[in-house]
Design a protein around this ligand. Sequence first.
Ligand code: GLU
Length: 283
Amino acid sequence: MSSQPILRFAPSPNGHLHLGHAYSALFTWRAAAEIGGVALLRIEDTDVTRCKPEFAQAIMEDLAWLGLSWPEPVLHQSSRFPIYAQKAAELAARDLLYPCFCSRSEIAAAATARDPDGAPLYPGTCRHLSEAEIAERLKRGDPVQYRLKSDRAIALAGPLYFRVAQPDVTAPVETRVAHPELWGDVVLQRKGTPTSYHLSVVIDDDAQGVTHVTRGRDMEAATDFHVLLQALLGLASPIYTFHELILDADGKKLSKSRESESLRALRAAGWSADDVRRHLGFA
Ligand code: GLU
């Protein structure tokens, strides 16, 4: 059996890459080189309203400009909706999903706690709808999303652990206890979509044989929830490494909406790929 480590960089094509993405990509490719692995590029374009093919194209150009290369073909998650739908149906058949019709503002108004990202924690409103009410609202065509019955899922899955290599992939692997309960009833199928980021990411890490996930510290807490999904769906759980985040001058995370900080803008302003590498500590 081949045991070549497989890593991945998995951006969403909803804007141009900035220095934060460049750091994550360079970290991932360096990690792959350190352990004799290969780094894949995966395009996480399940949000069809925000993701655009031209951004996916630009991502590939920017990464190539940085001197990175990856095996083809590149997996685009938008080509895999039937697979995500099938996995969600498996969860539904086990009575682990329920429809939710709440809007963001309804959730914000009703929530009494926050999730680890600081967003309002879903208070479970729609979990108490009657069958008749659900049928009526579905018939009416009300926008619906599907949430995990997390307490049931956690009870089914039992104690959860995952493997972490910190601060880099060459560090000894430690075992951590996962705390998915902090996330509550997470949305697994967004309105108008058969999936969500969380569902697709664990399915594809498994499908692509990813052995090491290198991601920013902003994704560290979400990993606890991913571990629950992996257990429920019988998917492999990679080793995780969480890297530091590149912040702007005000100490805030860089944002794709600020075009001025994109790699393209830096390139246009005369930066070379080596300048970017040096700036980020990869020279
Ligand atoms: N697609 C996610 C993003 O662009 C990150 C993927 C991951 O590390 O799970 O933020």
